[in-house]
Unconditional design. Structure first.
Lengths: 248, 306
């Protein structure tokens, strides 16, 4: 069993209108995969459907060979930054600790070793100096890193990240990509919804091209071709992107 | 003042009433903090108003003013109102504020009609049902007081035990679901805790102002801290002080209702918080802003600007 993720015939519909149709792909263990497609292609929806956060109309998802259940604790999820209220009364360390809640179990408070793990994760993402800061007072990139730290302490085998690179500074982008490579080194699998076409070949081993339907999925150097991209983006692939692709 | 101390020292009924309004204040402050952060402040108001028809119907059925029965009636109609708000929001194009307004006014209107009917009835002990509008803690006796205080204590303990889980579903419900917490169950549980808090406070505080005891302490508390744990305690403390002071002043026999007095004392503490709280208070914000301008004009910000 060398597949981290197996998705079979997943279909999602809102108000009878299909947003994703018959998506089927597999992700081998220990790779970094990008989910790429235009706005409204259903990238976030796909991740949410896989994790049971959105209802699937049909299809099966297996993670590490088992039907996915949130309780399995094999999956870490980094949602888009905009999904929470950053004015919430809490600090960076506290948010990171939330990643331990699944391990701590009902009714109990985080232990010293949980706090130590959270501090270690904040160190890894370069946020140690800000651990007691209220989350509103962090920059967008710093908030993203706190979310990553929270996912790290989950100690999962497969990670799903929804647009972690959006709206972050260059330093954070470097920090995130270093972290993704670290995760890969230690045998974890990471699936990332990604927007920036230019960095796909550099960052990711595997690519899923998506536009409501699955256009292609496989090793980046096979899948990430001009022809396939045009099929994914239709006429919307901008001239700028095209010239850059040719130059590559 | 002397009168207050006298009754506190010698009248055991007053002591019990004060103790249970204190517990009610803590429960309201604690659960109100979560309601505020979940942006459900108005839901509490709707539930409080919607409890009135339930109270009146329970009175019609039982035929006397029995606190437990009235509370059950209030809980049923409060929960029904909450469910209707969710149903309207999810199945129609109406937004939550419109749904709350609709449900609140319809239920309260029916409640007032029923209340008028009750007061026209000659049978039964109908006096005192009017107290449910503005609240009269002094009119509560014996078992009513124990029931209110005991239930409030249960609410506080439940929230304390589930603090970590409630915090997570408030801050990031998707993440909570992702790590396997039963989101729907916890949300229903929280709604129930909120409805019960509102309902047990109705006789002491009244349907019109109960929501204020839920929200004002937590709004005030938010000014003092950036930690949810601390906020919940401060909010509980402010709720307790409001409950106790409102109850004591209303027992003076000046004919003042408890609810408005509780709200006035909570509001005083809110205004103080708004002005003097460190960091978030108006004075702190104003001096911070002034310092910022001073720093900019003297050029110490130049580095960042370059």
């Amino acid at each position: 069993m060398n597949q981290a993720v197996e998705v079979k015939d997943v279909t999602v519909a809102y108000d009878q209108k299909p947003v994703l149709e018959n998506i089927s792909f597999t992700v081998p263990k220990g790779i970094l995969m990008a989910v790429v497609g235009p706005n409204g292609a259903g990238k976030s929806t796909l991740i949410k459907a896989m994790l049971d956060l959105t209802q699937k109309s049909a299809g099966d998802v297996k993670i590490l060979g088992e039907a996915y259940k949130p309780k399995n604790r094999t999956v870490g999820y980094v949602p888009q930054r905009g999904t929470v209220d950053w004015d919430f009364p809490t600090n960076a360390l506290d948010v990171t600790l939330m990643g331990r809640y699944g391990h701590i179990g009902w009714f109990r408070r985080p232990s010293k070793s949980d706090v130590a793990l959270a501090e270690e994760a904040l160190e890894k993402v370069g946020m140690s100096a800000y651990k007691h800061r209220q989350i509103r007072q962090l920059s967008g990139g710093q908030q993203q890193r706190v979310f990553l730290a929270r996912a790290l302490v989950q100690d999962a085998d497969v990670y799903f990240m929804d647009e972690p690179f959006v709206g972050v500074d260059a330093a954070t982008e470097r920090a995130i990509i270093a972290l993704l490579r670290d995760l890969k080194e230690s045998g974890k699998t990471v699936v990332v919804v990604h927007h920036d076409l230019q960095t796909v070949p550099e960052y990711f081993d595997w690519t899923l091209l998506l536009n409501k339907q699955q256009i292609a999925c496989g090793p980046t150097d096979e899948v990430f071709t001009m022809e396939q991209l045009q099929q994914t983006y239709g006429g919307h692939l901008s001239f700028l992107n095209q010239t850059e692709m040719v130059g590559r | 003042m002397e009168q207050i101390i006298q009754s506190l020292l010698h009248d055991s009924n007053t002591q019990w009433v004060v103790l249970s309004t204190m517990l009610l204040g803590i429960a309201s402050g604690v659960l109100g903090s979560f309601a505020l952060l979940r942006k459900q402040s108005l839901v509490g108001d709707a539930v409080a108003h919607a409890a009135l028809p339930g109270i009146c119907l329970a009175f019609f059925i039982i035929g006397e003013k029995q606190f437990l029965a009235l509370i059950i009636g209030a809980t049923v109609s409060g929960l029904l109102a909450m469910y209707l708000i969710q149903l309207i929001t999810s199945t129609t194009r109406l937004k939550q504020d419109a749904a709350i307004c609709l449900v609140l006014s319809v239920f309260f209107g029916i409640g007032i009609v029923l209340l008028t009917k009750v007061s026209q009835q000659s049978s039964g002990n109908k006096s005192g049902l009017d107290d449910f509008i503005f609240g009269q803690a002094a009119s509560m006796t014996g078992s009513d007081v124990y029931l209110m205080g005991g239930t409030a204590a249960v609410l506080i303990v439940t929230t304390f035990i589930l603090f970590k889980e409630l915090k997570l579903i408030t801050f990031d419900p998707e993440f909570a679901k992702g790590i396997g917490l039963p989101l729907g169950v916890l949300e229903t549980l929280f709604s129930t805790l909120l409805v019960v808090t509102v309902v047990i406070g109705i006789q002491a505080v009244g349907v019109i102002l109960m929501a204020a005891l839920l929200i004002i302490p937590s709004m005030a508390a938010r000014y003092w801290t950036d930690s949810l744990g601390v906020m919940v305690w401060i909010s509980g403390l402010i709720g307790a002080i409001s409950g106790v002071s409102g109850t004591l002043i209303s027992t003076l026999g000046l004919g003042l209702a408890t609810g408005p007095l509780i709200v006035v004392s909570a509001s005083c503490m809110f205004v103080v918080s708004l002005i003097v709280a460190p960091k978030r208070g108006m004075i702190a914000q104003w001096t911070f802003h002034k310092k910022g301008i001073a720093a900019k004009t003297t050029g110490s910000y130049r580095k960042e600007g370059a």
